[in-house]
Design a protein around this ligand. Sequence first.
Ligand code: GTP
Ligand code: MG
Length: 433
Amino acid sequence: MAATDLERFSSAEPEPRSLSLGGHVGFDSLPDQLVSKSVTQGFSFNILCVGETGIGKSTLMNTLFNTTFETEEASHHEECVRLRPQTYDLQESNVQLKLTIVDAVGFGDQINKDESYRPIVDYIDAQFENYLQEELKIRRSLFDYHDTRIHVCLYFITPTGHSLKSLDLVTMKKLDSKVNIIPIIAKADTISKSELHKFKIKIMGELVSNGVQIYQFPTDDEAVAEINAVMNAHLPFAVVGSTEEVKVGNKLVRARQYPWGVVQGECGVENENHCDFVKLREMLIRVNMEDLREQTHSRHYELYRRCKLEEMGFQDSDGDSQPFSLQETYEAKRKEFLSELQRKEEEMRQMFVNKVKETELELKEKERELHEKFEHLKRLHQEEKRKVEEKRRELEEETNAFNRRKAAVEALQSQALHATSQQPLRKDKDKKN
Ligand code: GTP
Ligand code: MG
């Protein structure tokens, strides 16, 4: 379509007129059609549990969904934080729920916790990226796509009664633009009621002063505005988890039984006087599950998608400029990429040439050094040879002199011997005479 046609269609949009219908036509059943379609399709909901090992994550999940999920106890010896997702198909009445529970295994167990948040952030981003890739496909199948984006992060706070650990603050700060965070105080039965009240105020104060955005239950829908506003004031929820069923009166309730025989609360974990477990279940499952899914898509995923597309060079047009063209952006990006590639190639070639030159110089220097060494050794060798030669000559002269002396001595000796052998003969002659 020519640009002029585009402009004509986009600028000449008349105001719609309101008309009344003469009788019932049936499109008031649209909401029912929507519900029916959604029910057939089923829903997915993904929960991320972040909290230190053994804080009660699995127990709470089991208590929340009133079932027993497969759990594997984590050791305290994980080298780094590892994300473990497990997906279950659940059904209530005729509603199918594909529930994924993702555990941040080994969180808080490393000596150096500086990077503990990173695997969690990477996991959340990877789910956004998978969804974005599906959206960008020419043949996309979002209808039956298993959406693994994290809808809520339950952040388990250790019931110390003091203040938040810096690990908690840093992790929540890193996650707050990527996921809906609901902070909860775990094992709330280990802290007294008055301490708990002070602890809650302290936590909220610290979250606010550090600019950590936690999920706020929405108050724009009249039907739930009041309850959500009340519940927002109860955050962070203090929860107690239990999979044990204890007999209270003549009722079996989920509760914690202690050695001293005290059963937590009058009616176990569902006793609202003692803990906020019921509030959490109401807010998370019964009232705001759809809002959490909605917020994930419209706020967190939208932010990820915008940043990613901008990073890839796509831009929305502002009012005055030409409308956004995918083709042009692609061409521009391609040119930019090719010139960058060329620049890198040239840079690498230059680097290679320089390296070769450097190596050549080094080799030459080594050769010169070797040559010098050789000459030096040669000189030393000649010097040694000359000395040895001199020594040999001296020795030869000494030998000659010695031989001469030896010959002279031998001559003298033989003369002396001759002389002594002549003397007795002369004596005999003398006697005879
Ligand atoms: P990992 O998955 O190994 O990190 O542990 P987890 O966080 O899933 O903890 P899990 O639910 O396995 O619970 C660990 C221990 O804490 C178990 O002995 C639970 O019975 C106990 N526990 C769980 N919830 C509570 C609670 O609310 N109060 C108390 N006092 N103990 C709890
Ligand atoms: Mg567990």
